[in-house]
Design a protein around this ligand. Structure first.
Ligand SMILES: Cc1ncc(COP(=O)(O)O)c(C=O)c1O
Length: 387
């Protein structure tokens, strides 16, 4: 079997790449080691690149459409990997998962309606609600000795008046791969209170060894009929620049309303290369992904061991999914500003600032471990020196 080299260092600077080329703008330091934006420093798999190059060699890049083999590739992947049998009719193209769930917020709620999110959570969950005049309701996650859990008692109250909940399944940044039981409990509350669920499952293929993703729509027929699920190959295969994702909506009425909205915005067309890349990734990506997940798990284990040994004041729970770790630096007793300065200017590390994920993220940083081990080791040395 082919072995992929995840230790390979790739120079991404000067490619208009957000993670490297916006360092100065974001961190006021052009030399930070960038471990923020959620894409990977690994090569997009060779079989994906080859397919894109083959298509690029055709001299016309006109309008295209997504054909049956494209959707069948995604259906095959979801069936094989998550035991989720998706019908072709349920699926439609959306450019991005954020764009996809934001359009759902716009299509299914009115200004002033309440939308629940489970903070700390990926910043666009907040913006999708506030930028369109909807009211954010924070069903803040609870921290226990075992890790983050959902607050169902609070959800019971909030669901009485809210119209929608945006679920991060698995969760970024806390790295939880929600169990079927946890999701069932959430779903039961949402169904009983007529709260529509948008399930962002962009990280579902990045579940680490020992854990199992539960697609929201597999919780049962009632849950399936009351949700919109968003999936993409973009995180998993490093294709985020190709802006290609899928909305999966089993309920025909919700689907009709959603697709009408998306088409009215002309947001359903997409680009040729995203189609080609996604299809081949979903058809051929299993072996590559197995190696990627092993490598990422190795990085997670390395960081966990290092922090425990050398920086015991940094609190964390090992992620069950995603290639991110959510690190709590509050044990140092420093202000948020002082921590940010120390991180960006003294350690010269470019990590995501915790408070961007919600106010409970103050004093936290999110580190992206989808990079060669040598980069991770460098990051840990920088932390050790300064903290
Ligand atoms: C939970 C989650 N949803 C969506 C996205 C972005 O998806 P897209 O680029 O398809 O909008 C990210 C990227 O980090 C993410 O973590």
């Amino acid at each position: 079997m082919k072995r992929y080299d995840f230790d390979l260092q790739i120079d991404r600077a000067n490619t208009n790449c957000v993670k490297y080329d916006l360092r100065d703008a974001v961190f006021c330091n052009p030399d930070v080691l960038p471990m923020w934006v959620a894409d990977m420093d690994f090569e997009t798999p060779d079989f994906v690149r080859e397919a894109v190059i083959r298509r690029a060699e055709h001299p016309v890049y006109g309008y295209h459409f997504k054909d049956a083999p494209y959707f069948d590739a995604i259906r095959g992947w979801l069936s094989r990997r998550h035991q989720w049998e998706v019908e072709r009719a349920w699926m439609s193209f959306v450019p991005g998962v954020v764009c996809g769930f934001t359009m759902a917020v716009m299509a299914f709620t009115q200004e002033g309606d309440e939308v629940i999110i489970q903070s700390p959570v990926y910043p666009p969950f907040h913006h999708a609600v506030t930028a369109h005049g909807r009211k954010l309701v924070y069903n803040t996650l609870k921290v226990t000795d075992q890790g983050y859990v959902m607050d169902y008692e609070l959800l019971e109250q909030q669901a009485k008046t809210a119209k929608m909940l945006i679920l991060c399944n698995p969760h970024n940044p806390v790295g939880r791969c929600w169990t079927r039981g946890e999701l069932e409990r959430l779903s039961e509350i949402c169904l009983r209170n007529h709260v529509l669920v948008l399930s962002d499952e962009i990280h579902c293929d990045l579940v680490l060894p020992g854990y199992k993703h539960t697609p929201y729509a597999t919780l049962g027929e009632a849950a399936a009929q009351h949700c919109l699920v968003f999936h993409a190959a973009s995180k998993t295969f490093n294709l985020a620049g190709l802006a290609t994702s899928t909305a999966i909506i089993p309920n025909p009425e919700l689907r009709e309303r959603y697709v009408f909205f998306v088409e009215a915005l002309e947001a359903h067309l997409g680009n040729i290369f995203g189609k080609v890349a996604t299809q081949v990734a979903m058809e051929q990506g299993d072996a590559w992904l197995a190696q990627l997940l092993d490598y990422v798990q190795g990085n997670v284990d390395y960081v966990s061991g290092f922090l425990k040994q050398h920086l015991p004041k940094v609190r964390f729970f090992k992620p069950q999914a995603t290639y991110m770790m959510w690190l709590d630096f509050n044990g140092y007793g420093l202000s948020e500003e002082a921590l940010w300065h120390k991180m960006t200017q003294e350690a010269a590390l470019g990590l995501n600032r915790g408070k961007d994920f919600g106010q409970e993220g103050s004093g936290f940083f999110r580190i992206n471990l989808a990079c060669p081990r040598a980069t991770v080791e460098d990051a840990m040395r920088r932390l050790q020196k300064v903290f």
